[in-house]
Design a protein around this ligand. Structure first.
Ligand code: NIG
Ligand code: FE
Length: 395
């Protein structure tokens, strides 16, 4: 049932189509009894199912009155790594606190893994993402923390996505334990020069236990000088400088945003920086959830992402993020679906994904449900029935 490059596809009898092309106070641009025409991997037309332009050679796919949404845009993951941290998770569920230091356990396992092993595990995780409706995924390095391994991770990530982020400044490498500034010099010097050709973005973990505001500024400034866009991990474990720095430097996104001062919210609202919320982390670390309602009411653009990683959020499920955001963070179902699609696209500064509009990529998800609300209403139920990426149906 794939629409191949030379055969158009008409997806019709869609009960509810989420376009994310805002109309009359509806940011989700909802169309009922709709159809979508796909040609050459792109959306060619959307509209009412009884007004489809003539398309005699199109493969017709009947949505059976179900809902269709844009493919999820997961703008924050750490999918390339070795080993896992199930024991750390179990200890946490027995009362331990989450700390950034666990990252070093994964660094050791990742350095020890072969390229083939890492590639196979990455492919399995990407397949997991796709099966749950994610059609665009950002992937960070950050479990190498030496020049050779960071380069390996960036190259492997680039095999599966255009959205590769250099996160050499995840934590200070173990070899530099008491020499954080020297490690920052390595990251901003040889490591950046080696990894930048394989990456689109630079990121830093600006947090107590990782990097100070001044160190983070050095990292981000160097990345920008090397032609990379800026993203920040900030305000995850406590109040701090991450959000302010991200806004000041014009970052595309600042991610986590769990502990925000009023000034952080005001700064975000006055900026183009997206606040990306990662509720899988709070779910998996038993920490307080970020207050999405406060951000939305202030006019901040909010994205949802999985942060899939072996430490703080070992899940690739965007439907789970939607369910958590609605039940725990004050978002409406429509706001959460928008944040997981169009919001992710904004966080990656992309206009060709996260939207169902002529000229956009034909990245579509057919739900086994009549409306998008069911993604939050039926948590844990596999509602993703079919996925198309660039017009091709995924297996
Ligand atoms: O986004 N915050 C920093 N990095 C990851 C956690 C990585 C880990 O614990 O391995 C995060 O939550
Ligand atoms: Fe992260």
């Amino acid at each position: 049932m794939a629409a191949d490059a030379d055969r158009p596809m008409l997806l019709t009898n869609i009960g509810e189509l989420t376009t994310n092309v805002a109309v009359d106070g509806d940011p989700c641009g909802t169309l009922r009894d709709a159809a979508v025409l796909v040609h050459d991997g792109l959306i060619a037309w959307t509209g009412s199912a009884d007004a489809v332009p003539p398309s005699p050679d199109a493969l017709v796919v009947d949505a059976g009155g179900r809902a269709v949404i844009p493919g999820f845009v997961d703008s924050h993951t750490h999918l390339v790594f070795g080993g896992d941290r199930a024991e750390e998770f179990a200890a946490r569920m027995a009362g331990e606190r989450y700390a950034a230091g666990g990252i070093r356990t994964t660094v050791a396992a990742t350095r020890a893994a072969s390229d083939d092993d890492l590639r196979d595990r990455l492919a399995a995780l990407v397949a997991e993402c796709r099966a749950q409706g994610t059609t665009t995924v950002e992937i960070k390095t950050g479990y190498g923390l030496d020049v050779a391994t960071e380069r390996r991770l960036a190259r492997l990530a680039a095999e599966v996505t255009d959205e590769v982020t250099f996160l050499g400044a995840h934590v200070v490498a173990p070899e530099y334990a008491d020499r954080a500034d020297e490690y920052v010099s390595l990251v901003t010097g040889v490591m950046l020069a080696t990894v930048a050709p394989h990456a689109r973005w630079i990121d830093v973990f600006c947090e107590d236990g990782a990097f100070t505001a001044e160190q983070s500024r050095r990292v981000l400034a160097a990345g920008r000088a090397a032609g990379l866009g800026i993203r920040v991990h900030g305000n995850q474990l406590g109040f701090g400088d991450g959000v302010g720095l991200a806004v000041e430097l014009g970052a595309a996104a600042v991610d986590h945003c769990t502990y925000l001062a009023d000034a952080d919210v005001a700064a975000l609202a006055a900026s183009d920086t997206v606040a990306t919320l990662l509720p899988g982390v709070e779910f998996s670390t038993r920490q307080p959830y970020p207050d999405a309602r406060r951000l939305l009411d202030a006019g901040v653009t909010v994205a949802l992402a999985s942060d899939c990683n072996p430490g703080s959020s070992y899940t690739s499920s965007m439907p789970l993020m939607i369910a958590l955001a609605v039940r725990e963070m004050g978002m409406t179902p429509s706001e959460a679906v928008w944040a997981a699609t169009a919001g992710g696209a904004r966080a990656l500064r992309r206009t060709d994904v996260g939207v169902v509009a002529p000229g956009a990529r034909a990245d579509l998800v057919l739900l086994d449900a009549p409306t998008r609300v069911h993604l939050a209403y039926r948590p844990g139920v596999p509602l993703v029935r079919r996925v198309w990426k660039d017009g091709r149906q995924l297996p």
